[in-house]
Design a protein around this ligand. Structure first.
Ligand code: BG6
Length: 469
């Protein structure tokens, strides 16, 4: 496969049609909309007068043909999508799949193939069946491993001649950001009290997901030995705030939270630092020898990751904390870097550093499956969207990726920025936090014509891709 230039999407953020053709309710479908630094609420009892962003999203379920035509016009040779588990197994624990859900993805993938766009398919991206969260307690329950395995086997069998590239769990490390209630809920179906999360339960949930992910790799290779199955980690690069050695030590926990996931998924076993941590915290996981063997046998073919930002940590209590993205970044301001309108630090050089760190550690192919700038876009008087800030962001990140490849020798499979078109934001449910190359006319309250408009970045990326060929 040649280098993949494309973009990324996730079902619950673009498809809408949340209860159409037999689809079940996912954990995302009961989340309200919010604003920057405010929590999205989880409504176990949905209310008829509340706006739930995923219900319509940007209606990709009904518009995918026109949208894919635009992606093809841009020259993309690949597109990352995710399958909504709830379209295929509405509650998650059924024996028989929902044919209409399977057919939808058949049609969607065929449409991509029509334009020679390679699908890169995420098996689970923040939208597990709600029923598995409420009736089984989410991923902390090992029964969910079996339900997920059944779902994977079903979709592998169905799409084995159409899809080669798979990702198992989106940003599997998000579980560890449990002080931010939304993330373990979306990733693991855990409904936690923010003040009082049980760390042992978090690690048990992750263990179950690692086993499920490794099992998905094993099953996938059995069904089609040409499948390329990757992990997906949300990579926030961490810097020490100064050359004080203690600042470097301060970065250890954050780094380890990331590398512990990639270590398990790429090497097949738990590293000693995490075992030591569990010992200190008196955390005992419920594991079996068979599961540990599955982890070993099911190491990934490549490492997919998202990269948006870096954070800077200080051991000193006197350095003021960064406030504008406090839910996600726990560190201090970095005077060398600017931030997005949502407080996410913009750090293209950080991407080169991440690529090097991952490649030095694993020597496996790397795949950038998300990277992008969430920004407020305005439609100008000329009817166009002049998003030069997004063009600069992407250009700078691509340049650093190319340095990593050409100067440092890192093996990169592709660059799939977030997002192919404007979709709803995962952290806030907003529309105004736009990432796409294509503008979608819709506001934060759900009003708008859903009309698509090509942004300046659309034309820029189109020309850029053409130059690469
Ligand atoms: C990643 C997720 O963490 O970040 C995406 O995989 C998400 O689903 C993206 O949309 C950007 O985050 P947000 O909250 O700005 O939409």
């Amino acid at each position: 496969m040649k280098f993949m230039w494309g973009a990324a999407l996730a079902a619950h953020q673009c498809e809408g049609a949340w209860d159409v053709d037999g689809k079940g309710v996912s954990v995302s479908d009961i989340l309200t909309s919010s604003k920057h630094n405010q929590n999205r609420e989880i409504h176990l009892d949905m209310q008829s007068d509340v706006y739930y962003p995923s219900h319509e999203a940007v209606d990709f379920y009904h518009t995918y043909k026109e949208d894919i035509k635009l992606f093809a016009e841009m020259g993309m040779n690949s597109l990352r999508i995710s399958l909504a588990w709830t379209r295929i197994f509405p509650k998650g624990d059924e024996e028989q799949p929902n044919e209409k859900g399977l057919q939808f993805y058949d049609d969607l993938i065929d449409e991509l193939k029509k334009y020679d766009i390679e699908p890169v398919v995420t098996l689970l991206h923040n939208d597990m069946p709600l029923h598995l969260a409420t009736a089984y307690g989410g991923w902390k329950n090992k029964k969910v491993i079996d339900f997920f395995s059944h779902y994977c086997e079903t979709v592998y069998e169905r799409y084995k001649n159409k899809v080669t590239y798979w990702l198992t769990f989106n940003e599997i490390n998000n579980m560890l950001k449990y002080e931010y209630q939304l993330l373990p809920y979306l990733s693991g179906g855990l409904i936690l009290d923010e003040e009082d999360a049980d760390e042992g339960e978090i690690y048990q949930t992750m263990h179950n997901q690692f086993v499920a992910s490794a099992q998905a790799v094993i099953t996938g290779h059995r069904i089609n030995k040409n499948f390329q199955i990757g992990s997906m980690t949300g990579f926030i690069l961490v810097y020490p705030n100064s050359c004080n050695p203690l600042d470097t030590i301060e970065t250890f926990p954050s780094y380890r939270n990331l590398f512990f996931c990639t270590d398990v998924q790429a090497r097949g076993y738990y590293p000693t630092y995490i075992q030591k941590y569990w010992e200190r915290k008196n955390i005992q996981l419920n594991t079996t020898e068979e599961e540990m063997q599955i982890l070993k046998d099911g190491v990934v073919d490549y490492l997919g990751f998202s990269y948006y930002m870096s954070e800077t940590l200080s051991a000193s209590k006197d350095v003021e904390k960064k406030k504008d993205a406090a839910k996600i970044l726990k560190g201090v301001n970095n005077p060398y870097l600017e931030s997005s309108q949502w407080g996410w630090t913009v750090d293209p050089v950080g991407l080169r550093i991440v690529l090097n760190k991952l490649y030095e550690r694993y020597q496996k192919p790397l795949f950038i499956v998300e990277c992008g700038l969430g920004a407020i876009d305005e439609v100008s008087e000329d009817g166009k969207i002049h998003d030069d800030y997004r063009i600069n962001y992407l250009k700078n990140h691509i340049e650093e990726m190319q340095k990593a490849m050409e100067i440092d020798g890192v093996e990169v499979m592709g660059f799939l920025p977030w997002s192919a078109m404007d979709i709803i934001s995962a952290s806030t449910g907003e529309m105004r936090k736009r990432y796409g190359f294509i503008y979608v006319d819709k506001d934060d309250d759900g009003n708008g014509s859903l009309k698509r408009i090509r942004k300046d970045s659309f034309y820029w990326f189109k020309d850029f891709i053409k130059e690469q060929n």
